[in-house]
Design a protein around this ligand. Structure first.
Ligand code: SF4
Length: 155
């Protein structure tokens, strides 16, 4: 059986975001930032790196003993950039722009179906072909997450 036959998304998958905001609000979660994400956001917000990290970010310990840069949440768990919708939509992080085509979701049809229970855009709308989905996954592998050891960034 070829890889293409084995993948449950070999014929592509349908997804169109309805902008319902369920994935940006209400529940705690992590939006990990890549180097490109920070560059795009700094440009969009016209802010310096230090101010950006202090105002919009937090460091989260990972299993390797380092810390990864993620977006802050508001006290109600809304994304720090949620203001009647995504206030940085054009510069939104890779994690947001590639949803739902994440490794953790594309691992199986079961994982896709489970994620789709919380996202009204999955399984409907635009057909995303295998090549496009693979490109999203490869892009996530290619971009380095912003990481630090002992308060020193090691991007
Ligand atoms: S839950 Fe799905 S449809 Fe709603 S905003 Fe997030 S990606 Fe879009």
């Amino acid at each position: 059986m070829s890889l293409q036959q084995a993948l449950f998304y070999a014929e592509g998958l349908r997804f169109s975001c309805t902008r319902c905001s369920t994935c940006c609000r209400y529940e705690s979660g992590y939006v990990f930032l890549t180097e490109h994400d920070t560059t795009r956001l700094l440009e969009s917000l016209q802010i310096a790196h230090t101010g950006f990290v202090e105002t919009y970010c937090r460091w989260v310990p990972d299993k390797w003993g380092t810390e990864q840069l993620t977006l802050k949440e508001k006290s109600n768990y809304d994304c720090i950039f949620w203001k009647n919708g995504c206030s940085v939509y054009e510069a939104r992080p890779l994690q947001c722009r590639t949803f739902p085509f994440w490794h953790s979701i594309m691992v199986s049809a079961k994982a896709w179906d489970a994620a789709a229970r919380d996202c009204p855009g999955m399984g409907k709308g635009t057909l995303h072909l295998l090549e496009e989905i693979m490109a999203y996954l490869e892009q996530q592998d290619a971009e380095n997450l912003v990481t630090r050891i002992s308060n020193r960034e090691v991007m």
